[in-house]
Design a protein around this ligand. Sequence first.
Ligand code: SF4
Length: 438
Amino acid sequence: MNSQVSSTFANWPGLVVASEVASRSIRVMPQRSMNFPDHLRAHGDQRMPKVDFASLVEMVDEVGLNGRGGAGFPTAKKLASMASYVGKAVVVANGSESEPLAHKDESLLIHQPHLVLEGISIVAGALGAQKAYLMAKTKNQMVVSAVEAALRERRKLRLDKVPVTPRIADAGYTSGVETSIIQQLNGKGPKPAFFPDRPIVAGVSKKPTFISNVETYATIALIARAGASFYRSMGVPGGPYGSQLLTVVSQNGSYLVVEAEVGTPLSEIIGSAQVDVSAASSVLMGGYFGQIVKPESIIDLKLNQPEMKKLGLGVGAGIIGFSNSCPIVEASGIVAYLASQTAGQCGPCFLGLPALAKEVGRLAHGATMPKGVEEIGRLADQIAGRGGCAMPDGAVIIARSILRNFPDEVRLHESGRCSFPKGRANFFGTKYERLRLN
Ligand code: SF4
């Protein structure tokens, strides 16, 4: 039994409505899609809560809600910066989820499309928005069907004052970057863009644009219905509060999406996905923008982002992935994949990343490294923070993490050996068809 989390979670309407409860603080996301009658059964009254702009900012500030797309930016701060644009704004919900290991946004859109759409409607109403968009992931037809069915129901019942326009996001790792989403909505390619102004000032059709992750919108809908004090009664006393979605990916590529109360031990969350941690060589925390670490370094942690941050860790967009392959080989695959995703606009990205991928690949596969392993550190220093977007930093963090967390294995590789059986890496369970390696 976990003493740190509250019993309130059992009564929380939830990002996951499921009969399958993995523990007192974890629910397993079903693939079942909830229609509007299901939505009302789970969440109550047909009338959506009306929240004005000031109350919305106050509400999300009170619960300390951070964006769920990975960067974890405080939602209240982002919303507050829209204050002078109320009445002229565009609202965008980003469900493009380009992290290869992530499945929580697509699962949420399949499971509770109405909750996401209700969150968009609440934010659009508070901002007096003229237009609202929902960007969803490519290829998953179940997402498209669930969202289209929910939009049909909502149109018939005239639920949304601001109609939500669904759009399919382009493929590729950088297509989910906020500026790339804006570019796509502006009819341009999926490359991240350099705007003279931030999207908040000039985004879609050059209008002030509020963009956030779909889980963030769904959470706003839940808080608006249940109340900030309900949300604050879950999680760690004094904060952080609430719950969040996680994708747990096992070594064989199977995954489970769960909603876990903040403060839940990671061992319980991982156990709910039936991952054999004793057989794992390494864990990818936070996805391709996170660190590769030893399983023993995370197993005693709790789902508490500020505490994990002190250790340089985090779950990013809610990702915990396991591997039983060599972590150096795994890292080389990820860095090579990220190098293949450059939009070709910034030197440190399109020149630096292939060079970094080459050196990490040499280390992984026992090739001679004329300049030694120090070259990886030197290239990482040259690339870090110098891209037009943060994508190259992900490759740098991955490369640095194996040097720091697996020094013995790195030394073995320097002498052309490896303590793992030769074989193909599985990129922490990433589905191969989701990778586009050059
Ligand atoms: S860092 Fe890479 S992906 Fe990001 S804007 Fe520059 S070229 Fe594009």
